[in-house]
Design a protein around this ligand. Structure first.
Ligand code: NAP
Length: 336
């Protein structure tokens, strides 16, 4: 049976996901959309040629009888309210990151989901569906590296808008790494430290950029991540796992090597959408399939919560300049 999806938030990623659900994926239709900017919602419906009703509020969309599942792609600050409303209505909800802007908000979502008695929430940590990251994970899980001793990683963006401030390097940017490392290593964080380098002249006054985040896992693996969101030259994600028996690098995105004018060129992507396009497709196709089957299997509210707990410690470390402990509560049996 076709899954009828309502989309809350018709900005950049809301439109990307609506486009892929409509044109690339199978098993779902967009039947409803909502955005604080109604004109933007209507314009998206027209651009994509959707047969979808435009609702004035997200709550009305969630309550609509013909909406089976909800896609939350509005601003991060609004996610908690919509995810809780969807759980309340007993509907499956795919929520873009962050699940909520604080660990307490994620906790409230977990409590509501546990009270509902079944998994209803999937969080948009799409790197778990990226082929390259899965190769890394298989290598670690198959014990080909021995124990993972260290991870060196980088998250670089060409530039960020004026509204991007220093803590967003954690909540908006590093949050993907925070989920990815605990998934790769099947471990939780023990501590976090943030070190600021000399500031790039391309960063505006409200963001300290770049930053180095140093993480320690409970089983002792040490991780360093460079977060550099005004690097100018491209969008690049790097990850190298150093083990006892070898070193594994996240594959580079495929690109043509061009020999011309006395130079050898490889394109570097400028845009995150292209870098993770296939992962986004697989992630949402899995959500559709799992919602139809009645058992969600993707990143859970617990994963959203665990990343938020680590993120809060990183923000504290930005402010204190100290090594901050990550106090991860015990995982509820519901999420085992
Ligand atoms: P965006 O372009 O600003 O879109 C967000 C949309 O939500 C805007 O149209 C905004 O309207 C609307 N909105 C704001 N408050 C709302 C409310 N209360 N109810 C309904 N709609 C509301 O942002 P985006 O880049 O698409 O990001 C959206 C979310 O996806 C963010 O949480 C972001 O972190 C996440 N994201 C994830 C990835 C990933 O890699 N997984 C990538 C990009 C974004 P106005 O603009 O009119 O205020």
């Amino acid at each position: 049976m076709t899954l009828r999806i309502g989309v809350i938030g018709t900005g950049m990623i809301g439109e990307e996901h609506s486009h892929r659900i409509t044109n690339t994926l199978t098993g779902a239709d967009i039947v409803a959309v909502s955005d604080v900017n109604l004109d933007q919602a209507r314009a998206m419906v027209d651009r994509l040629g959707l047969e979808a009703e435009v609702y004035e509020t997200g709550q009305k969309l969630i309550d609509a009888d013909n909406v089976d599942a909800v896609l939350v792609t509005s601003w991060g600050q609004t996610h908690e309210e919509y995810v809780l409303a969807a759980i309340n209505a007993g509907k499956y909800v795919f929520c873009e990151k962050p699940l909520a802007t604080t660990a307490e908000g994620c906790q409230r979502i977990m409590e509501a989901e546990i009270a509902a008695g079944r998994r209803l929430v999937q969080v948009g940590f799409m790197r778990r569906y990226d082929r390259g990251y899965n190769l890394l994970k298989d290598t670690i899980d198959d014990d080909r590296l021995g124990q993972a001793l260290m991870i060196h990683a980088a998250h670089r963006n060409p530039s960020v808008p004026e509204r991007y401030i220093t803590p967003m390097a954690i909540h908006d940017t590093l949050i993907h790494e925070l989920d990815t490392f605990r998934w790769l290593l099947d471990d939780e964080y023990a501590s976090a430290q943030v070190v600021f380098s000399k500031k790039t002249r391309h960063a505006h006054s409200e963001v300290s950029d770049p930053q180095l985040v140093l993480l320690e896992m409970a089983r002792g693996t040490r991780i360093d991540v460079e977060v550099f969101v005004n690097c100018q030259y491209g969008y690049e994600i790097q990850c190298t796992v150093v083990g006892e028996e070898g070193v594994a690098h996240l594959p580079e995105p495929q690109s043509l090597t061009l020999r011309q004018d006395g130079k050898r060129h490889n394109e570097i992507l400028m845009d995150w959408k292209k870098r993770f396009n296939d992962a986004f497709d697989t992630e949402l196709q899995s959500f559709i399939h799992d919602a139809q089957a009645g058992t969600l299997q993707g990143p859970s509210s617990w994963d959203g919560f665990a990343a938020a707990v680590a993120g809060d410690a990183c923000v504290k470390a930005q402010e204190s300049g100290q090594i901050e402990p990550v106090d991860m509560p015990k995982r509820p049996d519901f999420y085992r």
